[in-house]
Design a protein around this ligand. Structure first.
Ligand code: G4P
Length: 578
């Protein structure tokens, strides 16, 4: 699990060319500026910029998320990104200590117990001349809606697969979400230090299951115990893995083509023969890298490596820099927003409450859509048409959050607030623009929520509304009767909710089976809606926005409404638009 709060760090990573440092804790382990950097100079861009017209500060930004099946190595890879970005000193050994150092993504005991990342955060770090913004996505499928919204805030995704397992179910689902948005995808095939599948088989599986062209950016040499590194297909060089030091950057050997006799000095004959044969086949059978096709989401370059051994990670990072997209235009109404527009705009894709249990703050995560934001700017909150002075925006660095003095299109900042900002809200310098395409899905599981102490009903309402606004659950207030019906996508969310309501509000609650199993938003002209709601009172409720929701147990009911009330539309998704 990645840590976002002060961490206990082991001694700094040993730079490859230096003698070992004395062991011991650095005095100020959390100051990024004082972190010793890994002895590695990131590659400068190999390719010409796609958009030479973009301001340099915007063009250097890469905003992405990692998608993977649990256990494929997302957390380990994230840590290595932070390590090579100079944001932490030693990955794999970071650990939170004690209550005060509870990592931010760990603040729910639930999450700690189960080892699942249920909350998403954003991290920024520099890599060479680039600024990377990495948005964390929850790995568990029960939190798919959160993941979906997170993916609306990024310009690309890194798909991590386990070399032994190939494309797993959750990867596939997340990939489909990326495809809906035509997100460019870069693939990292992890755990090559273990027995893994044949390279062609892995590539074929991705091509077939995900219907995307795959181009090898690197080619593994040996497998499992015999895995010694990769041949970099794009830069024609060998990268050899150092099994002895997991935090050291791999050795790079420059070669001049695969017939360079220098290769034989580093690769045993039997592995070399296989490599030569496979690379020749790969070049003949697989498509060559087409950067435009990558940007359009039709082709994915694949790197092979071992995150735990820090191997293949910097090549992937160079790949993100070189072939990943710059900040992209955002769909909005009544017009699209381009990143280079001088006026600032951004949209909220996530709200997280009580990040610090000691303060009841809420942080709205804003993806900057355009312009150059400076701290203290007065923006317009388009939904309420009210001005909002953003005086304490935060930037999420690997081990801390800091005041953001400025931000550019592509960046993600956190805005502490008392509930004014909701998912889907747009902030601009005055223009009434509303970013679109952030969905809310009808829940698949519904339960009635009751406070253990009936006198605490008001408190319960407050807590539930907060979670609804945060996007953690759907909360419906039935028009008839008392209590609340809570809707979620996956059963685990009920457990997380119960635990958070108790932890954050000191309120024990019970979830009980509800008579309903489905919810649909109701729309239509006023007369038709009124007639419908009057005739179906027992099934009507309102969500936290006050929108009308039809609750039922039977698909048959939904079909009946559609047949009997032609003026009414029932929908399973609602666009969250501020
Ligand atoms: P996730 O976030 O995608 O769920 O995966 P995570 O990084 O937590 O990795 C899952 C397990 O796989 C961890 O082992 C991790 O150490 C291991 N792992 C990650 N990358 C590699 C790799 O390149 N090679 C090998 N052999 N293993 C790798 P664990 O036993 O579950 O946890 P831990 O005790 O190592 O922390």
């Amino acid at each position: 699990m990645v840590s976002f709060l002060p961490l206990e760090l082991d001694p700094p990573a040993r730079p490859a060319t230096h003698r070992p440092r004395a062991r011991g804790r650095p005095k100020t382990p959390n100051r990024l500026a004082e972190s010793p950097r890994v002895a590695y100079t990131p590659a400068m861009p190999d390719t010409a910029p796609n958009r030479p017209d973009l301001p340099a500060e915007i063009a250097r930004r890469r905003t992405f998320a990692i998608i993977s099946h649990p256990d494929a190595g997302k957390t380990t890879l994230t840590e290595k990104f932070l390590l090579f970005g100079g944001a932490i000193q030693m990955a794999g050994q970071v650990r939170a200590k004690g209550e005060a150092r509870r990592t931010r993504s760990d603040f729910m005991q639930m999450e700690k117990d189960r080892g699942i990342s249920v909350s998403a955060s954003a991290m920024s770090f520099d890599y060479g001349t680039y600024r990377f913004n990495l948005v964390d996505t929850p790995g568990h499928s029960d939190f798919s809606e959160d993941t979906y919204r997170t993916l609306t805030a990024v310009d690309a995704a890194i798909m991590v697969i386990d070399g032994a397992k190939g494309v797993e179910s959750q990867t596939r689902k997340l990939f489909e979400v990326c495809r809906l948005r035509d997100l460019p995808i870069l693939t990292f095939c992890n755990k090559m230090d273990r027995e893994s599948r044949d390279t062609f088989e892995i590539i074929d599986e991705i091509q077939e299951l995900l219907a995307i062209d795959v181009t090898p950016a690197s080619w593994p040499i040996g497998v499992g115990q015999d895995f010694i590194g990769c041949y970099d297909m794009l830069r024609d060089r060998l990268e050899l893995m150092d099994r002895a030091d997991r935090n050291r950057v791999a050795e790079t050997i420059q070669i001049k083509g695969l017939d360079d006799p220098k290769i034989a000095e580093h690769v045993p004959a039997h592995l070399l023969d296989k490599l030569l044969e496979e690379v020749e086949m790969a070049r003949a059978l697989l498509p060559a890298l087409d950067p435009q096709s990558v940007l359009e989401g039709h082709m994915t370059p694949i790197w092979f490596g071992s995150a735990i051994n820090s191997f293949g990670v910097k090549e992937l990072m160079d790949g993100i820099a070189n072939y990943g997209p710059e900040p992209q235009p955002q769909r909005a109404l009544p017009r699209q927003i381009s990143p280079e527009e001088t006026k600032v705009s951004g949209f909220v894709f996530k709200v997280q409450a009580n990040m610090d249990p000691k303060h009841r703050d809420r942080v709205a995560f804003l993806r900057m859509a355009s312009g150059h934001f400076r701290r203290g700017m007065k923006l317009t909150h388009v939904r309420s048409k009210k001005p909002l002075t953003v005086s304490a925006p935060v930037l999420f660095l690997a081990s801390d959050r800091e005041l953001a003095e400025e931000a550019w299109a592509g960046d993600i900042i956190g805005i502490p607030n008392h509930g004014q900002l909701r998912i889907g809200d747009t902030l601009t310098e005055g223009e009434a623009l509303r970013v679109s395409g952030i969905p809310s899905f009808a829940p698949e599981l519904l339960q009635t929520c009751r406070a253990g102490d009936p006198m605490k009903a008001k408190h319960l309402e407050k807590a539930l509304m907060q979670f609804a606004e945060e996007g953690a659950a759907k909360v419906f207030k039935p028009a008839f009767g008392s209590g609340f019906i809570v809707g979620v996508v996956g059963a685990l969310q009920f457990e997380v909710l119960a635990s958070r309501i108790e932890l954050e509000y000191g309120l024990p609650v019970r979830f009980e089976p509800s008579q309903f199993t489905s919810a649909r938003w109701v729309s239509g002209d006023k007369e038709a809606v009124d007639a419908f709601t009057n005739a179906n009172k027992q099934h009507i409720s309102h969500d936290h926005d006050g929108d009308i929701v039809y609750l039922t147990r039977l698909q048959w009911d939904i079909d009946r409404v559609e047949r009997d009330y032609p003026g009414i539309t029932l929908t399973a998704t609602k666009e969250m638009m501020g």
